[in-house]
Design a protein around this ligand. Sequence first.
Ligand code: FES
Ligand SMILES: [Fe+2]
Length: 401
Amino acid sequence: MAHNRLTQLLDQYTSGYSLAQSFYTDPLIFEADWEHIWKKYWLFVGSTAEIPKPGNYFTYQAHHDSVIIIRGDQGEVHALYNTCRHRGSLVCLEERGHTSKLMCPYHQWVYNKDGSLFKARLMPGDFDKSAYGLHPVQVRVVEGLIFISLSSNPPDFDKVVQDFAPFVKPYKLDQAKVAYRKRYELRTNWKLIAENFRECYHCGPAHPEYCRAVIGANLTESAAQVLPERQQAWERKGLSVKGIDFENDSFHFAVRYPLRPGVESYSTNGKAVAIPMGDHTDFDAGVLGLVCYPNFWMDAVSDYVWTMRITATSASQCLVDLTWLVDSQAVEGQDYTIERLTDFWRITGEQDWKLCENNFKGIESSHYGPGPYAPVEADVAKFVDWYIDRLREGVSTAVAF
Ligand code: FES
Ligand SMILES: [Fe+2]
């Protein structure tokens, strides 16, 4: 029944138009999104800068699965299902912390950082500890960015590593400093955020600060004239400039674009808000934008990196976790202040959250129906096509969901 309904909805989809209401509001579709996309693809969880030392960990709630991400003794990153192999209790109850061993709070089974079972008190002498380690989660680290997949057979990630690594390397994210984190709980569907971040049709009216910083964001001018000269300058500095396009059979892209002349950073007055980050020696790197669907966005300027992790928690809700990273040597109060560092994205992000929440409310109307995308929204149409194709792929290989 559910399977038929989904198939029917997918059959009714018209490319070039926004999705039917159910795709945004129906709990059944939310489950399908998790089944065919979120549990299959690669999810950004955070950066290695958040767990600088062995034993540092954080947890990530991915629908029903809590995952522990912990730094091992050799600096490696482990991702483990947070469910005790005894009777299933959560092992880590905290969202982040530090521990030399992971101890289940229920009957105190103790696990090593790599998930292997270290001690199981009062179990018989012939109990085989090696068979009861925490289940591993697939994990990949790209120059300090940590991605996990809940699938045992996830899509190939090598291309993402290959494409992202040269762009991210100069920021030296592994040694970066987490300057600030902020969480938003939004009443919207995750796809409306993904769509919002794929067009600048709304930027002129909605984002005065963003338009002051980025050439072409208001769609009344173009960066094409300055781009070749900027790209040559970036190349001379050894920065990657060749964008990675989003294709229907991929799930990521990368782009570097210029700020307006004289604008040094994503900040409310155009001036730098921290010291140059990693290998950068000036404030002339433009903006590096990375996206990996379904949940990772990153914008990096010469002096800071901003990451956005989205988590779909229901059809009508999602969590947005923002993190600002600065150079390891940057000193708060001296080289940066939280207010100046975070102003730009707090203001711009909050403008977007409002748009996305209003979009969702309007879509709940009895009179909502798919509307046509403008030519400047071609990338949104591409994302929505990609999304529909992933569900189609999923239902064609699943018996039912
Ligand atoms: S459930 Fe973890 S030790 Fe019993
Ligand atoms: Fe926006």
